[in-house]
Design a binder for this molecule. Structure first.
Ligand SMILES: [Zn+2]
Length: 82
């Protein structure tokens, strides 16, 4: 999943990291706490792998169409800003 150049700054220095990704569509969400991404060491741009995003999207639709169970549920507090 290593890409040759950052499409923002042109740097070729990337590091693989794991981030907490929240996929959202029309008020429905899927939390993916261990998503692999490439981060540009020069400007900090986060680059998602297309195959990883596609997998997350497939799981999202399967879960909301009740064809699959999620691995677990999380509850999140919400804060509303005035
Ligand atoms: Zn960059």
């Amino acid at each position: 999943m290593r890409q040759v150049r950052c499409n923002v700054c042109g740097s070729d220095r990337y590091e693989e990291r794991r981030i907490e990704y929240l996929y959202g569509l029309k008020g429905r969400y899927l939390f993916v706490p261990n998503t692999p991404v490439e981060v540009c060491l020069n400007c900090g741009t986060v680059c998602y792998d297309a195959a990883v995003l596609k997998h997350i999207e497939q799981r999202f639709f399967a879960i909301y169409e009740e064809q699959q169970e999620p691995d677990r549920y999380v509850r999140m507090p919400e804060v509303v800003l005035a």
